[in-house]
Design a protein around this ligand. Structure first.
Ligand code: DGY
Length: 382
């Protein structure tokens, strides 16, 4: 191995699991130790290059927990196969950094960590929405810079969310958790676009609307839009929750921004590449009443030129899932994915219901293996 430092746990075991960054909590270590693994954790505290990962894999490696900041490609999966590896788990719900077809070709199971990020990421999208609407980061800078010289009727006026329309693009787990908060908390109407109808959120809003009507309050409504453009045109706030793929890459560019309302808010907690970031920076510069709240960037950790100079853009450093509960839960799920495959356990099939894996006596299964069908892995029977 190179000069990179690795912490080794349970060194007497022969099943070798590499973890490319330190993870929070202890439970994940107990899971891997219980599965008779020697755990090698990279303590460099930075993103490893493909070459560095390649040399860490070496000639014998049974499993890996890796990061969304690493490109798990054909080359690395062929090295993993050569080293006898059977499982790789991404420490993330998204796996656009993983070449699943290559992993499958090499017979390697790929895990991810769904379910535990849902509410945490939705709450961050809400935080960014409010920060943009009420200019929170700009106001914070204003006070710190000593500019506050007393109350003023016209100081830092923002946008009221109550009763406006919230647009959600990609209404899966996180998108609908966000929608529930915005509809329930601010009585907003929902306009969503998703390739699949989301009957759960539709029923929730219908029932909530009935409840409001019974209480003599104007009900809230939902619309399932026929296109992303429709959502952009109709909404006061648009939050992006689509996963990154060929169809969603740079889905929001100059043309799309142009059709949004002059004072709309755009929030992105999905993947940076969903938005053409230069076009967004230019749009925010030329449309001062428009605002954006961003957690993710096209070329992380770099931000498009000029973005940070704009007061109508709130930026946070990809911390959508950064609560202790979620990050420890992600570590638990990633460890269970690796331990489950190495122990020959079946694969859990209901990624909507992942909480049983967080209990002190987790189900005897690998919680989420995205290529389990292609690899013909045995499914857990409830
Ligand atoms: C994920 O899991 O895909 C998130 O982006 C991590 O915060």
């Amino acid at each position: 191995m190179s000069s990179i430092k690795w912490e080794i746990i349970n060194r007497h075991e022969t099943r070798r699991v590499i973890v490319t960054r330190s993870l929070p909590g202890k439970r994940w270590l107990d899971i891997l130790t219980g599965a008779r693994c020697r755990i090698e954790i990279c303590t460099a505290g930075r993103v490893l290059s493909t070459d560095e990962i390649g040399s860490a894999i070496g000639s014998a490696c049974d499993g890996v927990i890796g990061q969304l900041t690493e490109g798990w490609n054909e080359h690395l999966f062929s090295l993993l196969r050569g080293a006898g590896c059977r499982v790789y788990s991404n420490y993330a719900v998204g796996y656009d950094n993983v070449d699943i077809q290559a992993a499958t070709r090499h017979g390697i199971a790929v895990g991810n960590t769904p379910g535990v990020l849902t509410d945490t990421t939705a709450e961050m999208a809400v935080a960014l929405t409010l920060a943009a609407a009420r200019r929170v980061a700009e106001a914070d800078r204003f006070v710190r810079e000593g500019m506050f010289d007393g109350w003023s009727p016209t100081l830092l006026l923002g946008i009221l969310l109550r009763r406006k329309t919230v647009g959600v693009v990609g209404c899966g787990r996180i998108g609908s958790a966000y929608a529930r908060i915005m509809v329930g908390g601010f009585l907003m109407n929902l306009n969503y676009y998703d390739v699949r109808e989301n009957s759960e959120i539709e029923n929730y809003i219908t029932e909530y609307g009935k409840f409001l009507r019974r209480n003599d309050v104007r009900p809230v409504t939902f619309t399932r839009a026929g296109s992303v453009e429709e959502v952009l045109k109709m909404s006061d706030v648009v939050s992006l929750h689509a996963s990154l793929g060929r169809d969603t890459c740079r889905m929001i560019g100059r043309k799309e921004l142009k059709i949004m309302k002059e004072d709309a808010i755009l929030v992105n907690t999905s993947r940076g590449q969903v938005v053409d970031e230069r076009a967004l920076a230019e749009h925010c510069r030329t449309h001062p009443r428009f605002s954006a709240g961003l957690d993710v960037y096209e070329e992380e950790p770099r931000l498009a030129c000029g973005l940070t100079l704009l007061d109508n853009v709130t930026v946070v450093p990809h911390i959508g899932s950064a609560t202790r509960w979620t990050r420890e839960g992600m570590a638990t799920l990633a460890a269970l994915n690796v331990a489950g495959i190495l122990e020959g356990l079946p694969v859990w099939s209901d990624t909507e219901d992942i909480l049983p894996f967080l209990s002190s006596d987790p189900l005897k299964a690998a919680p989420s293996i995205v290529n389990s069908e292609e690899l013909g892995l045995l499914c857990y029977k409830k």
